[in-house]
Design a protein around this ligand. Structure first.
Ligand SMILES: Cc1cc2nc3c(=O)[nH]c(=O)nc-3n(C[C@H](O)[C@H](O)[C@H](O)COP(=O)(O)OP(=O)(O)OC[C@H]3O[C@@H](n4cnc5c(N)ncnc54)[C@H](O)[C@@H]3O)c2cc1C
Length: 383
């Protein structure tokens, strides 16, 4: 049995990384009674976890283990947010169809999805318009309603969850880049700590800790361009978070649909520029009323430091086909980067006894975080 497997309650555990995976692991460890130290190299977390939509999106996970993990994660999210007194929007989601091929996929998903565990149903045009006043009626064919999606504002939740953990006794060390773990030693340039075990959630940093493990891992990066409007006027509410037809070729849940190939073919023929930049359209709302819009996917170890106006234009062009906003003006633009593995939904490794790397949940880290942390505990044999 590995050193991790011998951990009992009140073990001293170092968690590296102050993004959502680090926080979720710290939360689950703390709840199990362990003494937790969390190290973040920045003065605050500024990686993928504060740059995302804040969508807890079980409906996008493939049926089976990943969907179950997402649902368990959702449950812990709700519990953790309540304990930390942090807000979230329990909005559910709508996937909208304007073309015949999109409607075919969504109808099929609504037919076979419930048996595979998805809480989803087909809505015809009128029913859908009753659920959302943000969806454009012209050409709308219907869509799928799913009740399980939540939205959080990552810029508020990540610091808020960190403060909550600190208030519960988790030691938080900002501006502390861990450069070596040789248990019981955990070392930064400024100090050393003793730990019985370590969980490394270092996002897309493949160079600082265990570079040999990362070098042979197959991991790469994905860059996403994002935009946000100013808060919408007069307290206007988006309602359910929205996804459109391009999304159906992106989330693995829809791969159970035999009709997906036809939709993929049509997009490839008619909108190759959307395939080229891996663009699909999601819209969520933050507590202040702003609408977050995205995104694109550029893969490779090297991240272009410059954003592409062409990608933003394509995103906005597609958004205008289905989304009505009282004030569509863009107030902020940014990009985010996450680690991703070509074949594994999450990358895990035990580079030395007592140390576990857990990273690269791809575009699903917010959704999976807490469920994944519980799985780490089980796999590592924490009691
Ligand atoms: C634009 C965008 C939109 C997305 N939208 C969604 C969404 O709506 N829903 C969803 O489920 N997922 C979404 N994702 C994916 C999700 O954001 C990521 O999967 C998740 O944030 C990854 O979390 P993480 O903790 O692994 O990485 P990060 O958030 O990048 O955190 C890693 C942290 O580790 C720190 N670190 C690294 N090395 C060290 C070291 N040696 N010592 C100390 N600290 C270190 C870094 O400074 C960093 O803060 C999105 C991602 C992006 C980029």
């Amino acid at each position: 049995m590995s050193k991790l497997g011998r951990m009992s309650s009140r073990s001293r555990v170092a968690v590296v990384g102050g993004g959502i995976l680090g926080l979720a692991h710290a939360y689950v460890l703390m709840r199990q009674g362990h003494r937790v130290m969390l190290f973040e190299r920045g003065p605050k977390a500024s990686g993928a976890s504060i740059r995302n939509f804040g969508m807890i999106w079980p409906v996008g996970q493939p049926a089976g283990e990943m969907h179950s993990m997402a649902m368990r994660s959702r449950e812990i999210w709700v519990e953790a947010l309540a304990q930390a007194q942090l807000p979230f929007l329990n909005t559910g989601s709508l996937h909208v169809a304007y073309q015949e091929e999109e409607a075919d996929v969504l109808r099929e998903f609504a037919e076979i999805g419930p048996a595979a565990g998805y809480a989803c149903e087909w809505l015809d045009r009128e029913e859908l318009l009753q659920r959302s006043h943000a969806v454009r009626p012209e050409g709308l064919g219907g869509g799928v309603w799913s009740s399980t999606e939540l939205t959080v504002d990552p810029r508020r939740i990540i610091p808020g969850m960190t403060e909550y953990l600190q208030s519960q006794g988790v030691e938080i060390h900002f501006s502390t880049a861990i450069r070596r773990i040789d248990l019981p030693l955990v070392e930064s340039a400024a100090g050393q700590w003793n730990a019985d075990a370590a969980i490394v959630c270092s996002g897309d940093d493949f160079a600082t800790l265990f570079p040999e493990t990362f070098a042979s891992s197959g991991l790469t990066r994905c860059k996403l361009q994002m935009m946000r409007t100013a808060p919408q006027p007069d307290g206007w509410q988006l309602g359910p978070a929205l996804a459109a037809g391009l999304t159906l070729r992106f989330y693995k849940s829809f791969q159970i649909c035999s009709t997906l190939a036809r939709l993929r073919g049509r997009i490839a023929r008619e909108k190759p520029e959307y395939d080229r930049w891996g663009i699909h359209l999601l819209a969520s709302q933050t507590g202040d009323g702003a609408i977050t819009l995205g995104d694109s996917h550029e893969y490779g170890p090297e991240v272009d430091i410059f954003d592409k106006p062409e990608i933003d234009d394509l995103i906005l062009r597609e958004a205008a086909t289905f989304l009505y906003l009282p004030d569509p003006r863009i107030a902020q633009r940014w990009h985010g980067v996450y680690a991703i593995h070509p074949t594994q939904s999450v990358f895990e490794a035990e580079p030395s006894s007592g140390v576990r790397i857990v990273t690269a949940p791809g575009g699903s880290g917010m959704t999976l975080s807490f469920g994944l942390a519980e799985r780490t505990m089980r796999r590592a044999g924490f009691q």
